[in-house]
Design a protein around this ligand. Structure first.
Ligand SMILES: Cc1ncc(COP(=O)(O)O)c(C=O)c1O
Length: 302
């Protein structure tokens, strides 16, 4: 993998407020390995490609709509490496073709193993067993989060991002916000918007970032992947006003929460807030399919 040749823009979101809000468009990092996914995989893959092995394969984990699974498959396709996705939910075995994330991952060459939720829960055990079964493979944890991933996130920060008082990121497995906290300048505060109700995140982020410059805020709307109508309305209105596509699991929830916090006066006057758009727009198709089946309002941004 290589560092980017193109510059990632930071755009201002024009809001009537005594603070300023900007978005760093990491979603433009790569058409399919978008945002934090590229950087979380960066050192993992770079180091793996430097190793001499006879059968290269990347194995990783995710749910039915996982952005990380989509990104890993695209990465495998780009580098000519076989990929194997361990997918949560054995009920998908016969229906994965109808799932846009899994279908496009398959088109990018990924093969799958579907496992029950019970088996999936014990990922440590699965990782160990898979590494034994495929000794030459790179086994990447769920969401790509490990120490290499945290190191890669440094490339989301640069001289331009140093000008901000607050750095905001959505949180799933915690690798991204750990990297932002680790590499933030000493004057900067980091806010992680939790897309998942996971009490162990605080501890994990402390361990990975080795900093205490971050705050975690619940932005889960009651649970991971839960999409409430207010979230869909916000995403649609954000797109209509500012022309930027957000997705419903991470970035939509984060930005809605940031707007709420701005309205509540959380940020001191004249604060400069930078939110990272961490991509994941591929998930909109699957979300809409689910919303359509339930006769709910749809995300209209593409
Ligand atoms: C779009 C998007 N934003 C944020 C995150 C959260 O990243 P992390 O799992 O490193 O906390 C993810 C997961 O990779 C994601 O797909």
């Amino acid at each position: 993998m290589k560092l980017l040749e193109h510059k990632i823009p930071i755009v201002e979101i024009p809001i009537k407020s005594n603070v300023k809000l900007f978005i760093k468009r990491e979603d433009l990092t790569h058409p399919e390995i978008s945002g934090n996914k590229y950087w979380k995989m960066f050192f993992n893959v770079k180091k793996y490609l430097e190793k001499e092995v006879s059968e290269r394969k990347i194995i990783t984990f995710g749910g039915a709509f996982s952005n990380h699974i989509a990104a890993a498959a695209a990465l495998g396709n780009e580098f000519g490496i076989e990929t194997l996705g361990i997918i949560r939910g054995n009920e998908l075995e016969n229906t994965w073709q109808e799932n846009p994330t899994l279908f496009s991952a398959h088109q990018n060459g990924m093969s799958f193993r579907f496992v029950t939720r019970e088996i999936y829960r014990d990922k440590e055990k699965m990782m160990k067993e898979l590494q034994e079964e495929f000794p030459d493979a790179l086994v990447v944890p769920e969401g790509g989060t490990n120490e290499n991933a945290v190191e890669g996130i440094q490339y989301m920060l640069n001289d331009e991002t140093r000008e901000f008082d607050y750095l905001c990121s959505a949180v799933g497995t915690g690798g991204t916000v750990s990297g932002i906290a680790k590499f933030a300048a000493s004057h900067q505060k980091v806010i992680g918007f939790k897309a998942v109700k996971d009490e162990s995140l605080e501890e994990r982020i402390k361990k990975l970032s080795k900093r205490d410059n971050y705050t975690l805020v619940d932005a889960s709307d009651g649970g991971f992947g839960k999409i409430i109508d207010e979230n869909v309305r916000f995403i649609n209105s954000f797109y209509n006003q500012f022309g930027i596509v957000l997705e419903p699991v991470y970035t939509g929830k984060m930005l809605r929460k940031i707007f709420e916090m701005i309205d509540e006066g959380y940020f001191p006057e004249n604060s400069k807030i930078l939110a990272f758009h961490t991509g994941g727009v591929q998930g909109i198709a699957g979300a809409n399919e689910m919303l359509r089946k339930k006769n709910r309002i749809l995300i209209k941004v593409l």
